[in-house]
Design a protein around this ligand. Structure first.
Ligand SMILES: Nc1ncnc2c1ncn2[C@@H]1O[C@H](COP(=O)(O)OP(=O)(O)O)[C@@H](O)[C@H]1O
Ligand SMILES: [Mg+2]
Length: 236
């Protein structure tokens, strides 16, 4: 069963159309990835899903209901949680304070203690730095914090916007390990990436977004050998 189904999604900044009828699904318990080059409209798609854009058309079906007209906080309350591109942590607040901010819905507050333990189990480095100001963390640690804050919100679908962006190769691998672990724990994930190989390696299903349109889709293993994907990303 699909937890999220996006149908004919169109989005605009002022009069400029960015998305041209995007369709995709995320099956419950799956790790689905949306791949595409810079400027393809990946972040715009995620912002539209979260209700962060002024002009959006189409349907956003979450757990069987069209949520297109719900305000962002109601979507978060339902379990739709975005870890944004560029982390967006609060640099002057401590690690703990940043995590607590993630638990702002009433359900999340109820589960805050349990979720915090879960975050520290996944990211022992954050536990060691619990009272450190977030702005003094390394890039990789800030990404862990951003994912941790997402977990604090009790996600039914956790959406990650380019978690590997700007990280050294070794840290990229450890972030992907964590994403794999979250999947194994049964969290449904939507992963947006430019890192095609790593994303397809851990994903079940993938979509290719180009110029605001889905141009290809398929099982991750199949997409990895797809001539269109090879051509677009490897110049073969
Ligand atoms: N706030 C904005 N105002 C106007 N245009 C924007 C804005 N944000 C993004 N865009 C444009 O929308 C297109 C898609 O951007 P984006 O969704 O960020 O792509 P991606 O995440 O795939 O790199 C780009 O051409 C970008 O310049
Ligand atoms: Mg982006």
């Amino acid at each position: 069963m699909a937890i999220l189904e996006v149908k004919n999604l169109k989005a605009y900044y002022d009069e400029v159309q960015i998305l041209w009828g995007v369709n995709f699904k995320v099956e419950k318990g799956s790790l689905t990835t949306i791949l595409g080059p810079n400027g393809a409209g990946k972040t715009t798609t995620l912002k539209a899903i979260m209700g962060l854009l002024d002009k959006v058309e189409g349907e956003i079906i979450f757990e069987g209901e069209n949520i297109k007209n719900l305000p962002p906080y109601k979507r978060v309350e339902r379990g739709l949680v975005l870890v944004p591109e560029g982390r967006m942590i609060f640099p002057e607040l401590t690690v703990l304070e940043n995590l607590e901010i993630g638990a702002y819905t009433s359900k999340a507050r109820k589960f805050a203690k349990k979720n915090l333990e879960h975050v520290f189990e996944l990211f022992p480095r954050l536990k060691e730095r619990i009272h450190q100001k977030a702005g003094t963390l390394s890039g990789g640690e800030q990404q862990m914090l951003a994912i941790g804050r997402g977990i604090m919100a009790c996600p039914k679908l956790l959406i990650l916007d380019e978690p590997s962006l700007g990280l050294a190769p070794k840290l990229v691998l450890s972030i992907f390990e964590i994403i794999k672990k979250l999947k194994e724990e049964g969290i449904t994930l939507l992963l947006v990436e430019q890192n095609v190989h790593l994303a397809l390696n851990i994903a079940d299903y993938g979509y290719i977004l180009e110029n605001g349109k889905i141009v290809d889709e398929g099982d991750a293993k199949k997409l990895e050998n797809d001539p269109k994907v090879l051509e677009a990303y490897l110049g073969i």
